[in-house]
Design a protein around this ligand. Structure first.
Ligand SMILES: N[C@@H](CCC(=O)N[C@@H](CS)C(=O)NCC(=O)O)C(=O)O
Length: 332
């Protein structure tokens, strides 16, 4: 894996030495919007059918959020998607069809980084998925999944007629608060634990991760979803980490104080979300396991991909015991 410096590719692992053994995630840089709901001061482009294309990894939890949102918001016929190969090696993410990528029918690029240099020939920074691509301007619109969730939640409603609302106005404060805990300690917490290169740094993050999982376990013992009775973006954001946890983070990232299976509420909640119509087909365990165990040389140099654990998210769940109302509809 590597990064672009002034448009040039450098094959380079994360520099944890600079931060005393900490993995520090770089902020996404490309933050334009689509549609009428752009935050103040953010440049927005018109919502049009077949204008935008998603580039994702089926292994990546951040990209997975967007695949779920695309499905639940009925955007599949309006917005195409390409996925990279699960193997992220010296050249970074690739569209090599022999290695499990869908290929790139839009730009015909071989390497994901080419999308960044097409956008800005002097781009400096990490080359990440997911990316929303504008076919008309031939440029990346946005490479931050938290933004993309909200763009997909709102921008295309007029075109699709889909009025589902994963970020309802009256729940925003609650959603933002739970997102902040989940992002820092769970979504990013597994990476901060797994990529740490000092024992004390690993221990700090792995304990913070499990403390946050305990908070979510408690919350979900009293309410069906993270923000109450309605399923929101907060649930999608937690789901993509939970579904990878026992298969990858527990072993590969040493997040092993417990498995998700050992938390009764989290485990049942995970199964409910997995069984939500449309969600299971966005989960590709083969890409997930191969990506992590094969791509992180410094953690697993033999590239042996483990045979287990054997997981079955289709087992019944008990979440009906708590009141739930599904996804909120926007009023006209
Ligand atoms: N803040 C970004 C993070 C995306 C991200 O880090 N994606 C990972 C894959 S799981 C990636 O592409 N990493 C490549 C790298 O860091 O070089 C988002 O949520 O969209």
């Amino acid at each position: 894996m590597g990064l672009l410096v002034n448009g040039e590719w450098h094959d380079q692992w994360y520099d944890t030495k600079k931060h005393g053994g900490e993995f520090v995630r770089e902020s996404a840089q490309l933050r334009d919007w689509v549609g009428a709901d752009a935050p103040d001061g953010v440049l927005s482009h018109p919502a049009e059918a077949d204008r935008y294309h998603l580039y994702v990894s089926l292994a990546c939890p951040w990209a997975h959020r967007i695949l779920i949102m695309r499905k639940l918001k009925g955007l599949e016929s309006l917005m195409g998607v390409s996925h990279v190969s699960p193997l992220m090696l010296g050249q970074g993410w690739t569209y090599d069809e022999d290695e499990g990528s869908s290929g790139d029918p839009v730009n015909g690029v071989t390497y994901h980084r080419e999308l960044y240099t097409l956008t800005d020939p002097h781009y400096t920074g990490r080359v990440t998925v997911p990316v929303l691509w504008d076919k008309k301007r031939c440029a990346i619109v946005n490479n931050e999944s938290a933004d993309l969730l909200r763009i997909l939640n709102g921008a295309f409603d007029e075109l699709t007629g889909n009025r589902l609302d994963f970020y309802p106005q009256d729940l925003r404060e609650e959603i933002d608060a739970v997102n902040a805990d989940v992002y820092d300690h769970i979504n990013n917490g597994v990476y901060k634990s797994g990529f740490a290169t000092e024992q004390s740094v690993y221990e700090k993050h792995v304990h913070a991760l499990f403390e946050s999982l305990e908070r979510m376990e408690k919350r979900l013992s009293q309410q069906r979803y993270l923000a109450g009775e309605w399923l929101t973006e907060a649930d999608i954001r937690l789901f993509t980490t939970l579904v990878r946890f026992d298969a990858v983070y527990h072993g590969h990232f040493k997040c092993n104080l417990k498995r998700i299976e050992d938390f009764p509420n989290l485990a049942n909640y995970l199964r409910e979300l997995y069984q939500w119509p449309g969600v299971a087909e966005t989960v590709n365990m083969d890409h997930i396991q191969h990506h992590y165990y094969y791509s992180h040389d410094t953690i697993n140099p033999t590239r042996i991909v483990p045979a287990g654990p054997l997981l079955n998210f289709n087992r019944p769940h008990d979440r009906e015991r708590l009141p739930g109302q599904g996804v909120r509809h926007k009023s006209k």
